[in-house]
Design a protein around this ligand. Sequence first.
Ligand SMILES: [Zn+2]
Ligand SMILES: [Zn+2]
Length: 441
Amino acid sequence: MINQASAFKRAACPLAAVALGAWVVAPGTSTGPSGLVFVNAAYAQEAEVSPTMVRDRPRDTYYPNTEDLAPDEMRVIACGTGMPTTRAAQAAACFLVELGNGDKFLFDIGSGSAERISSLQIPYNYLDKVFIGHLHTDHFGALHDLFIGGALMGRNIPLRVWGPSGPAEELGTAYALEHMQKMLTWDLAGRVGNVDFGGYSMEVTEFDYKLENEIIYEDNGVVIRTFPAIHSIDGSVSYALEWNDLKFVFSSDTYPNKWFIEYAKDADLAIHECFVAVPDLVSKMRFTPESALLVGTQVHTAPEAFGKVMSEIQPRLAVAYHFFNDFDTSTSVYERIRSTYDGPLSLADDFMVWNITKDEITVRMAVTEERTWSPPLASPAKAPGENDKLDYAEGIGLPADVMEFSDFTKEGFWDVDDVLRPIFEDASETLGREFPYPGDQ
Ligand SMILES: [Zn+2]
Ligand SMILES: [Zn+2]
C-alpha cells in the first residue's frame, strides 16, 4: 500500500532497476504495487567509490543526455503540469514521450513549456511531432515558440501537428493553426533569407473529435489512438500511445467520461487532469464559490473524481496534473484523491520523469539547464537559400518589394560600416573564404 505521494518522487537508477529486478537482487530496494521501484540509501552505498570517481551510482535524479534509453524502455518527462494562469514554477500542460526505438512525441504544448523542452537539449529534428488535446492556450500556447524557436535551433524539417476538429470549422485545429501561421506572417517574412527556412513549415492533421479509439498515427511500431474528451465545448480529445506492449494515456483536459474509462484501461502510465481543490480555488485563486464549484467540478476533474477514474481503470501508475503543486495545496489534492483511490500515484510537477519498462516504473525529478543554447544538430546547418525571400512572398501573395526595406527606412541607417566591415574581413581571413560585406554589394 502506498500512502505517501512523495514516496514516488524517490528514484531508482533505471539501469539497475531494469537489469536487476527489484525483488531479486538489489538489496535495500523495495517494490511498491505494480513494480514501482524505490531505492534507499543502503542500495546507493553499494556503488564503487574512489576519491576521483563514483562508479555506477544509482541516481536519484535524471540528468538529461546522460542515460541511454533501453530498446524496450519508455521515458516520459513532464514539460508542463500547470494551468492557464501562468507561473514560473510550472509551465502549462506538456508531456514528452521518448521511446527506445528513438521516436519522440509531445502531447500538448501549453504556455511556457517550450523553455522546459529546450532545457532537455534534444535535437529539434527529433521533436517534430506534437499531439494537441484541445485548443486552450494552456495546451497549445507554446506551439509557436516550438515552431519558430525550434527551427532557429536546428529543426530543418516541417513541424507535424495533430489535433481534433471542433463542432464548427472555426473551432478546429486546422483553423487555429492556419491562423497561427497567418499571425506569424511578419515573423516569418522577417526571418526568411537570413536563416535556412527548411523548418519553418507546419504539417497539420486535423481528425474528427468523435473518433472512438481510432488510430491517427501508426509508424515504426508506434500506434497513437484518439478518443473524445468532455471539456468546455465539443472538440477536446484524449490520446493513447501504444508501443512494445507499453501503453501511455494522456487525457488532456476532461470531465470524467466513459471513453477514458474504456480506452485507458490497463495503461502503464495514465496521465489525467486533476484540478485544484474547490476551497483552494476560492482562497488562492480568488474565484467566487460559484465559479470555483463550476470550474473545479464541472469543467474539470475534481481530485475525488480523478481518484474514482483511476480506481476504475487501474493503471500501473496514475499521474495527476493540472494543479499548482505547492506545499500548502498539494495535500488537499492528495487527500481528496486518496478518498477514492489507493493505487500507485504521482502528483505531477514540472520535470518529473517516469522510466517505464514491462517490469518497473521508476519516478524521479530531472535536473536541467536553464541557460541553454541550441542542442546538437541532427542534420547539418545550411545557409539560407538565395530565392527563399521571394518564394515566401510569392507563396502568400505579397509583392516582392515589401521584402526589402523601403527608401524611407533606408534613409534611417546610421553609418557604422567602419566597425562592421572588419567583422566580415576577420571571418573571411579566419575561415579562408570570402564573405563580401553587404554594404559593398
Ligand atoms: Zn482546457
Ligand atoms: Zn487545461
